[in-house]
Design a binder for this molecule. Structure first.
Ligand code: ARG
Length: 462
């Protein structure tokens, strides 16, 4: 008789090529803990139905504890026939406690088992991500509070546009990350449902109390439909989309810093701990940490699109294609959970070059303020925009800075210009005028800091 779990109806043995092709133990072994946790709870659920005696259940639970101990200490031997983590754990349990191990799988299928394991595993990992994301946001907010005085040019189309605060830029990314944290919290609600007790597809024939089982495993509820329960991988797709969007935000933030750390900008200097040199050019200090963060966002996106392709077109309930859910999920979660602390570290340790930021503030950034000056004198904005544009051209033709235009020159463009136009040429004033909620003024930036600080002290679950 074959030793395979499903060996009963088979006479020939598996082609070794197929055996290797079919096996998932190489990657799903990392589910060992979730698999044991799920099995222990299931053994207790079986005992409550009377299908297992209390003593049998206890044998299974403690046997599984020993299997867990082997995994923990690196002593678990994966054997040739171990197709996946579920068969490996059951094989070892049988060796340790004998035939009573054969009662564990009563009414259960690897279909409801694997979906449950994956949810248990993901729940843990995402809790780590949530903490790391909050740490990153905390670093950005802390810097924003300390460096609120620093002004820098803001860009659109990567062209200098208007003065803003460095803190305002920091917070612009912190808000995107906060949305990621909120989104994560929301998707965890759908991860935290239990397929166990769905059997292979049609449900469990024994009087398993799935509500109790869900509660034992810390799930909010059992999945409501067994056909759906064994085949639903929306929680994987959602986690991958979430990871993709989070990495995309990190990538855009990294891209800004790559630009700001270039010699041409020189706004920030990355700490040595997050940069590397060139093997050829001795003068180089490269922002590798940021480039890798940017690069890895593509890889996570690839995992997401790959999984969606795998899911598309599957007929109802479990199909072996679903085994392909794990590698992209593992890779995305690993990538993200390694990226978040690197991002936080790079941000916490970079230094800001206030002088270079100040040097990049040029009077042309105040062209909008010049137009707004006229607006305050009652001139319609459409006209003022035109006048300020003409002032820029005039200054250019005189090879002068916009702020160097004489009052007479300005009055030649519009009679509403007066002596007090001199007040326009202050970057501080420009920034302070943008005081409507969400703007660059000190008050408006402080408001954001306070709001994020308040959010950060609430538990991640809120
Ligand atoms: N290794 C499988 C997976 O990852 C476990 C489920 C196998 N189920 C089955 N009917 N062959 O999906």
């Amino acid at each position: 008789m074959s030793t395979k779990l499903w060996g009963g109806r088979f006479s020939g043995s598996l082609d070794p090529l197929m055996e290797e092709f079919n096996a998932s133990i190489d990657f799903d072994r990392r589910l060992w803990q979730a698999d044991i946790q799920g099995s222990q709870a299931y053994a207790r659920a079986l005992a409550r139905t009377g299908l297992l005696t209390e003593q049998e259940a206890e044998q299974i639970v403690t046997g599984l504890e020993r299997v867990a101990g082997e995994w923990r200490s690196g002593l678990f031997d994966i054997e040739d026939g171990d197709e996946d983590i579920h068969t490996a754990n059951e094989r070892r349990l049988t060796e340790l406690i004998g035939p009573v191990a054969g009662k564990l799988h009563t009414g259960r299928s690897r279909n409801d088992q694997v979906a449950t394991d994956l949810r248990l595993w993901l729940r843990e990992e995402l809790n780590t991500s949530q903490q790391q994301l909050r740490t990153l946001i905390g670093v950005a907010v802390e810097r924003a509070a300390h460096e609120i005085d620093l002004l820098m040019p803001g860009y659109t189309h990567l062209q200098p546009a208007q003065p803003t605060r460095w803190s305002h830029w920091l917070l612009s990314h912190a808000w995107a990350w906060q949305r990621d944290a909120l989104r994560l919290h929301d998707l965890l609600v759908r991860v935290n449902l239990m397929p166990l007790g769905n059997g292979a597809l049609a449900g469990n024939p024994f009087p398993i109390d799935r509500d109790q089982l869900a509660q034992d495993l810390g799930f909010a509820a059992p999945t409501p439909n067994s056909l759906d329960g064994v085949s639903d991988r929306d929680f994987v797709a959602e986690a991958l989309f979430w990871a993709t969007l989070t990495m995309m935000h990190i990538s855009r933030w990294a891209e800004d810093l790559i630009i700001y750390s270039s010699r041409e900008f020189g706004f920030v200097t990355l700490a040595d701990a997050y940069s590397t040199g060139s093997s050829l050019m001795p003068q180089k200090k490269n922002p590798d940490s940021l480039e890798l963060l940017r690069g890895k966002s593509g890889r996570v996106f690839g995992n997401m699109s790959g999984l969606l392709m795998t899911l598309k077109g599957l007929p109802s309930t479990y199909n072996k294609d679903l085994q392909e859910d794990k590698e992209p999920l593992f890779d995305a979660v690993d990538t993200l959970n390694r990226a978040l602390p690197v991002a936080a570290g790079a941000l916490a340790t970079l230094s800001v070059n206030a002088q270079n930021m100040a040097r990049a503030l040029v009077p042309e950034l105040l062209a909008t303020d010049l137009a707004e000056y006229l607006v305050r004198k009652g001139v319609p904005f459409r006209d003022t925009h035109h006048v300020a544009g003409a002032a820029v051209t005039l200054a250019e033709s005189q090879s002068a800075a916009l702020s160097e235009l004489s009052l007479a020159a300005l009055r030649s463009l519009h009679p509403a210009f007066e002596e007090d136009v001199a007040s326009v040429w202050s970057y501080e004033r420009s920034v302070e005028q943008r005081d409507a909620r969400g703007g660059s003024s000190r008050r408006a930036v402080q408001e954001q800091i306070d709001e994020l600080l308040l959010w950060l002290v609430q538990p991640a679950s809120e």
